[in-house]
Design a protein around this ligand. Structure first.
Ligand code: FE2
Ligand code: FE2
Length: 390
């Protein structure tokens, strides 16, 4: 029986799960599990059909007219392959005599010895998120007016997407090899999770609309910059400067990518302020869905929520970061002072510019409620089913 024949009717969010860092796994159709109750979809009203192709067709011209601009202002933010780091720069050298290679692996294992299990759960979740790169390239290629029409198109939008994917592809490769050599995690369960996740895909609600798509990627790249920056800080504090350098190097790629996507939205705000402002409000109103929200390991149907709760507890990515990112982008895009808006555009502006304090207030209330509850213990297959408190 297909999962799409069922509607989730009851999922209780975990205590540590923030209502403000959305965990769409709570609200979406999901694979069968003993802890989730179903009823057949035929017995209830059909869920609303996802919106698609929401950008008016004439706006495809906006992206066509920005091609020269993109070539001059976006593509230079890519790094030539010969100037890029590669995973092998950070890993034990397998071409060395065997005993020298194993010495390097031993040193790697000794450095990670001081890092706790909960750190590894977050690092694994980050690696799995990176490893689902085929999904993200597909997602960008759903966007009208900027997709790669042939697979090797010479449009700057398509060149960006392929080269961005190629840069991102190194992130998962490096983290995966590092985790494999560390011996601290169950690679088989991690590999299964990656396969499930790529099969499941993602739906960030971008509706084939590049306005929504580029707002989404601006937000997400900053979120990954923050997250990898925090895993770098924690590995330095935990005694592994090499892993700190790995996470910091990935974070700096994310920053460069954030800059490219934010620059595109900045340009859209210049050429079509109302259209871009409404897109920002639309996506923030839906809440930014995390790219790995459909994560599953074959056992835990709320794996993403549990991973996100550990990341929140460790301070790697929190609801406060979500509000910080929003405030940062409001400042970067000058949204408070944006002029030339229609009435609808002004309402969108008012909504977005007032959102961060509301998010913070609601999060503080959620934090206070969570403090009164005993954090649940959850087993993670990635660390051989050892339990962690959320
Ligand atoms: Fe990445
Ligand atoms: Fe990224």
């Amino acid at each position: 029986m297909q999962a799409s024949q069922f509607l989730v009717t009851s999922t209780k969010p975990p205590a540590a799960c923030s209502p403000l860092v959305p965990n769409p796994a709570h609200h979406r159709l999901t694979a069968a599990s003993s802890t989730v109750r179903f009823r057949q979809i035929s017995a209830v009203a059909a869920p609303p059909k996802p919106k698609t192709h929401s950008m008016p067709p004439e706006k495809v011209e906006v992206f066509k007219s920005l091609e020269t601009w993109a070539t001059q202002n976006v593509l230079p933010l890519l790094k030539p392959v010969e100037k890029c780091w590669q995973p092998q720069d950070f890993l034990p050298d397998p071409t060395l005599p065997f005993s020298d290679f194993t010495d390097q692996v031993r040193a790697l294992r000794e450095r990670t010895a001081g890092l706790p299990d909960d750190y590894f759960v977050v690092l694994v979740g980050d690696m799995i998120t990176e490893d689902a790169i085929p999904t993200y390239q597909t997602m960008i290629n759903t966007l009208d007016g900027v997709r790669d029409e042939t697979g090797a198109s010479s449009s700057p939008w398509a060149i960006w997407n392929r080269s961005w994917t190629a840069e991102e592809n190194r992130h998962g490769d490096l983290l995966r090899s590092f985790l494999y050599l560390s011996g601290r995690v169950d690679m088989l369960m991690i590999e299964k999770t990656v396969q499930y996740l790529i099969s499941a895909g993602m739906d960030p609600g971008t509706e084939n609309n590049p306005y929504l798509g580029f707002v989404y990627t601006s937000f997400q790249e900053r979120a990954t910059f923050i997250s990898h920056g925090n895993t770098a800080r924690l590995s330095k504090e935990g005694g592994d400067p090499v892993l700190a350098r790995i996470c910091g190097t990935i974070a700096s790629d994310e920053k460069r990518h954030e800059n490219a996507y934010a620059r595109i939205v900045e340009k859209l705000l210049e050429v079509d302020p109302t259209g871009a402002m409404i897109a920002i409000a639309d996506l923030m109103n839906k809440k930014i869905t995390m790219p790995a929200h459909l994560m599953y390991d074959g056992h835990d149907p709320r794996l993403f929520a549990h991973f996100a709760a550990v990341a929140q507890r460790l301070g790697v990515y929190t609801a406060h970061d979500y509000a910080d990112i929003l405030e940062f982008l409001i400042g970067r895009w000058g949204l408070e002072k944006l002029e030339g808006l229609t009435g609808e555009g002004r309402r969108a502006q008012e909504f977005v510019c007032g959102l961060a304090p509301r998010i913070r207030r609601l999060q503080e209330l959620a934090d206070q409620r969570a403090k009164k509850l005993k954090p649940p213990l959850v087993k993670f297959s990635w660390i051989f089913n050892r339990e962690l408190s959320l």
